[in-house]
Design a protein around this ligand. Structure first.
Ligand code: UDP
Length: 442
């Protein structure tokens, strides 16, 4: 079979020999990286085992005393689906997972990689995601890191495949480095958590990203007039002292949790967040479903041209997406009626309003009956991100709950009160509420 030919500069014929050389070199680099991976895993596992030797010996002793054996074994599938026994120290004493160091030393597991699956789970991996079996499974996986902060919105098999294709030594070390801060944030609940969270007097629906998108699409298709709001700690702090905004949140058809602050509030009050269903992550999913279900969108908000640019970007991504109008978020009161007429004339099914909270949510509530799109959503500053005018925090920062720090560094003057003062204040209020009952609002 002939190799891939890279196109040459315009007007010249492709140079197959050079293309083959480039291909061979990149294959070599990939193989080199894979070869390097294993010794590094090994050296790190042996070093950690050596440092922890007294702890390991003690834990093994406790296992024998409690159960008469050192290890519990579970058969899982490793690289190329070869079965191996994942070890855990026996008994109920903490530190069971330390035994996994033996698996990493032996080469069953890597430090970072897709989660090792059992036979039944492996059978359910879709064919297009089988690439994940071509690398060693890992102790820490990207999907698990994301699940801990409620950001595992993609199927695990998709995240694993992305990891396979983007895997570099740096990426593996990054996953490992993120494991500790992410473990400190604690986990989210996939099920069994309360369906409504209540913080500072506001009810928040505790749900998954898919369910939230399904709700929006259903309401838009049925033509059921609905208002959806997102709340982060800053919003709840504002609602705490602003009766008008609090009433809007109380009357909204749905309020969804946005950001790691709500996750921490759940930990403080002894509940679990199912997912961080924030507007910025929800937006492309709404666009995708709207394109499939033939629903149309109107984007209103942000500085001039940003809603329009976001619309263009989304239509490039989802070919069938209908965005029937856009408008900036800066207009005079005298222009409001004309704007509402423009929105209604567009016959949009879903209206996204990005003026920032609480302005956007109060504006929707005030004009609820005048706006004809059935579903009206306050989405904050997301048109700034999707028009590529303001970069969003990198994925690794989001995975350890530091998106707020990114925004603080980029806009310290505007954000310091929101994050430096607001976040701790919110958590103190939640702690007081969970300890002493409902907090009396001013
Ligand atoms: N904004 C607007 N009209 C206004 C005030 C603000 O469209 O009168 C826009 C602003 O340009 C920005 C967004 O609202 O795009 C507010 O962003 P912020 O980061 O404050 O919102 P968050 O996502 O944090 O709620």
């Amino acid at each position: 079979m002939r190799g891939l030919e890279l196109p040459g500069p315009i007007g010249r014929t492709p140079r197959p020999r050079r293309a083959a050389l480039v291909r061979r070199t990149s294959d070599l680099i990939k193989t080199g990286k894979e070869i390097l991976h294993r010794p590094l895993d090994f050296v790190l596992a042996v070093t950690v085992s050596f440092i922890l030797l007294p702890v390991l010996v003690l834990r093994a002793g406790i296992a024998i005393l409690q159960t008469g054996r050192i290890f519990d074994r579970q058969v899982l599938l490793g690289r190329f689906r070869v079965p191996f026994e994942r070890l855990q120290f026996a008994g109920s004493f903490p530190g069971r997972w330390f035994a996994v160091l033996a698996n990493i030393t032996r080469g069953d597991l890597s430090w970072a990689g897709p989660r090792p699956l059992n036979l039944i789970e492996a059978d359910n991996v879709p064919t297009e995601a089988w690439a994940r079996f071509r690398i060693r499974p890992g102790l820490v996986s990207t999907h698990r890191l994301r699940a801990r902060v409620g950001l595992a919105h993609e199927a695990e098999s998709i995240t694993d495949c992305d990891y396979f294709y983007s895997q570099t030594l740096g990426e593996s070390l990054g996953v490992l480095a993120r494991a500790l801060p992410s473990a400190m944030l604690g986990g989210t609940a996939s099920s069994g958590s309360v369906s409504i969270l209540r913080f500072l007097g506001v009810d928040i629906v505790n749900t998954t990203m898919d369910e939230a998108v399904g709700w929006i699409v259903r309401r838009a298709k049925d033509g059921t007039d609905s208002q959806l709001c997102f709340v982060n700690p800053d919003c709840l702090n504002i609602a705490y002292g602003d009766t008008r905004y609090r009433r809007v949140l109380e009357r909204a058809d749905r309020v969804l949790p946005d950001g790691v602050g709500i996750h921490l509030a759940c930990r403080i009050s002894g509940t679990s967040l199912v997912a961080n269903v924030n507007g910025t992550d929800l937006f492309p999913r709404i666009c995708e479903m709207a394109a499939i279900e033939n629903l149309s969108l109107f984007l209103l908000g942000a500085a001039s041209g940003r809603a329009e640019e976001s619309a263009r970007n989304m239509q490039l991504r989802f070919g069938d997406l209908k965005i029937v109008g856009t408008h900036s978020g800066y207009f005079e009161a005298s222009e409001e009626s004309a704007l509402i007429e423009e929105i209604n004339y567009s016959r949009a099914d879903i209206l996204l309003v990005g003026f920032g909270a609480p302005r956007q949510d109060i504006w929707i509530a005030d004009n609820f009956r005048r706006l004809s799109p059935p579903v009206k959503i306050g989405v904050g500053g997301l048109f700034d991100f999707y028009s590529d005018k303001i970069p969003r925090a990198p994925q690794w920062m989001r995975e350890i709950g530091l998106e707020w720090l990114w925004r603080l560094i980029r806009e310290p003057r505007r954000m310091w009160r929101r994050y430096v003062v607001g976040n701790p204040l919110f958590l103190i209020r939640v702690w007081r509420e969970s300890r002493f009952g409902h907090v009396q609002q001013p």
